[in-house]
Design a protein around this ligand. Sequence first.
Ligand code: ADP
Ligand code: MG
Length: 606
Amino acid sequence: MADIIHLLPEAVANQIAAGEVIQRPASALKEILENSVDAGASEIRVVIRDAGKTLIQVTDNGSGMSEKDAEHCFKRHATSKIHKVDDLFAIHTLGFRGEALASVAAVAQVELKTRRRQDDMGFSIQVEGSKVTKKAPCQILPGTILSVRNLFYNVPARRNFLKSNTAEMRHITEEFQRVALVNPEISMNLFHNNKQLFQLPEARLRERIVAIFGPGYKEKLIPLEQQANDIKISGYIGKPQYAKKTRGEQFFFANKRFIRHPYLNHSVENALQELLPGDSHPTYFIYLEVDPKKIDINIHPTKTEINFQENQLIYALLRSTIRQSLGKYNITPAIDFDVEQSLDLTPPVQGKPIKNPFQRGPVDYNPFGNHSPRRKDASSPSSPQGWEKLYEGLKNIPEASASKPDAPECFPQGEGEGRTVDFCQIRQRYILTGIKSGMVLIDQQRAHQRILYERFLSQLEQKTHVSQQALFPQNVTLSPSDAGILREILGELRVIGFSINHLGKNTFVINGTPAGMKEQNMQDLMENILENYKRNMVELNLEQKTNLARSMAARIAIRPGKQLSQQEMQSLFNDLFACHIPGLTPDGKKILVALTGEQIEQLFKQ
Ligand code: ADP
Ligand code: MG
């Protein structure tokens, strides 16, 4: 019988390897950018077309390559960065595997133009599906221009697998930002379809962060600085009062490489534990420098997960560094807290004591406008089980004002017209009321979230423009990627009741808000809504309308700590039971707890 094992042709082998290294345009960009950094460039310019599906072009003024190197660099395991096994344990460059360019060239049409400073002429080479199609001398400034066209043109399955341009562009922006955050001394520009998204001049780290994420960051950062046991920690941590509901800007870099490290993330959250509201996450830009011998970066092909030999030591050091810095900068957050949480924040090293952070934030939305969500459909099959028996009859519930004579019997107990105390607010957070069959305890924030969600969603679906209240115009300036998202949902925001216009570049003006919403800081409001929106988009892949309705509701809902009048509680109660699913928040959290009369009796039987 004939032998059946044979070596795969190089082009096929490269294509298989490419599957691991190049998953999407952003991963190609990452590799190419890192090569420019490794080549010592001080200026990098990135030009993207169609979210990288048509073109990814990176121009740098780095070392350039000789003619021979330019031919070699597309071969697999061709690298100038390591020579022997020992080098693997002392890597100081970003690349070392020598497979990035080979992989890109296997799945795209690539053109490389490159020139070393000492050469008079440059050299240009074109490679398509791992085959060299053209070579020629060329005129070019010292440095390298690498153009990747039609990524995955020869792997339709992968090309079809690519996400929308918005999603792919988000990945590209992320990779660009990560490289920009470790190389503030490199001037970096990013263009997409002839629009400039980032213009980052050479800067110090703080200025670079501000240039990327917006001027708001100037006030938000506390520096970190520590050196001990051969470990260096530097960077910035966001002041706790600016913590976000989503894991937005959280960056760890180890030896100039972006890494993910849940264990160290835990160390940061732990250091800030008592200062953060329960469901929010800190912003941080943390740079670790560790002896390369003590890192294993080779455990994952995309190299964002790494192992430190001294994980626990770094954990402890990071935590104490953060606490020290908080102490030094005397952080006094103004955020909403559960007051009974104890504050144990003794900095391990001498420093100023930390002020009591228990200061309440403003509660700034009046939920009790005269809107009412869709009536609960009696035959709605989607209601959760169990508690709804308690509310039989609630579907006919009247509006807030009504203590109409025909109010259903399970309505809060009271003696006819003019009754006053039907609802009781507990710890400015829960609403307790009696109903015919027992009693119900409602979480005010979650209830309001459900009400707003259904209201916004129905407005978006029916495109019924709702009333607005005029606002003293406020400008909002966002990061380029946030501005891109906001532009996409402007129409929807108007349907919901915002009067908002794009002023150009990344700035918008807001002239009006949905009726019932108190005037507040629009910059914060928009950033927050977008944070939620992005998280839902990435983590839950929500459809645009649902996502927007959820994000708005989450941001605007009243918080614990808001004192409610009888009428407000009544109104919230009515609106809640007019919802399709009064028992759960849009993200599935329990809104209410009900006890039947029998259950209450049981409690007293012991
Ligand atoms: P690695 O970066 O792992 O060495 P790559 O496939 O990314 O592998 O690159 C192969 C080689 O090509 C690099 O080692 C480097 O010598 C050369 N190279 C790639 N891009 C550039 C560039 N922009 N400027 C100078 N040399 C480059
Ligand atoms: Mg490389």
